[in-house]
Design a protein around this ligand. Sequence first.
Ligand SMILES: Cc1cc2nc3c(=O)[nH]c(=O)nc-3n(C[C@H](O)[C@H](O)[C@H](O)COP(=O)(O)OP(=O)(O)OC[C@H]3O[C@@H](n4cnc5c(N)ncnc54)[C@H](O)[C@@H]3O)c2cc1C
Ligand code: SF4
Length: 316
Amino acid sequence: MKSFTYERPGTPAEAAAAVAATPDAKFIAGGTNLLDLMKLQIETPRHLVDVNGLGLDAVEPTEEGGLRVGALVRNTDLAAHPRVRKDYGVLARALLAGASGQLRNKATTAGNLLQRTRCPYFYDTAQPCNKRRPGSGCSALDGVSRQLAVIGASEACIATHPGDMAVAMRVLDATVETIDAQGAARKIPIAEFHRLPGDDPARDTNLEPGELITAVTLPKPVPGTHIYRKVRDRASYAYALVSVAAILGKDGTGHVAFGGVAHKPWRVEAAEADLPKGARAVTARVFADAKPTHENAYKLKLAERTLGAALNQARA
Ligand SMILES: Cc1cc2nc3c(=O)[nH]c(=O)nc-3n(C[C@H](O)[C@H](O)[C@H](O)COP(=O)(O)OP(=O)(O)OC[C@H]3O[C@@H](n4cnc5c(N)ncnc54)[C@H](O)[C@@H]3O)c2cc1C
Ligand code: SF4
């Protein structure tokens, strides 16, 4: 690991200003992703701004009947929160499908949204990778791509967003709240938070340098059966090959987002009108523009079957 300096500011505005003012500075929350990347020298910040003491760890009801989740709320605490368990079951289930108990005790809401891809070449510093070293090339295009994106990818990068929580937040239409170095607040709909790779895959999100996540707001609850189904290589402690976050009625109407298939949680709202017709009709529209590699075309059938299982679960 490269040496770095460290500070613990007292307010969100001070934290944002500290990162903006210092070259190669980064926020650190639970550290479960950032520290691993620093040990591998994939991330080499020269200054860390610790956001753990900023008082961003409350879960509070909103005036609109929703829930405001502080950026520092731990994944374990969020999954166990009575309102989340009662009204946002898809989120509780997605959180509990991720990582391990120990990791969830440290991992935060903001850090989880910002976790980096698990593309094997991103971690192999001997290989070209446009996300890690812009302009070096993409080793996955002609390499091992079984885990990687089937839709929304580019010639520069076919990585996926690896998280579970963000897929549930996408189906819930969450909003990410931030503050910048000048103290200005901003609200970013979750649909616009993560980016597609395009020709700049080094940028995972639309956050500006130094912009601090302060909270994620959930709108008022959506009725229906809340389902999160995650298909992976092992029964636990593995990332999604495909996941489905769904809120469904017994008649099959509802909402659905897919994980493990793109650089961001993947949702096509217009296709949800076809949910009562069944999984094949929906996935045909959701994945109409898919361009799988020779290794990951299986994900298209897997997505259809996983949604089919969710629809059966909702009808039962
Ligand atoms: C072995 C292992 C297995 C895992 N399995 C899964 C899994 O199955 N599913 C899953 O979803 N996740 C999984 N994870 C990922 C885990 O969920 C993330 O590491 C964790 O959520 C990151 O949160 P953190 O608070 O530790 O973030 P950190 O590591 O502290 O930070 C991550 C990034 O977020 C930035 N950041 C942190 N807070 C803020 C803020 N408030 N504003 C702006 N930027 C901020 C940091 O600068 C950094 O770039 C796994 C991790 C490990 C190590
Ligand atoms: S898919 Fe993206 S992360 Fe993976 S090697 Fe290519 S550029 Fe790097």
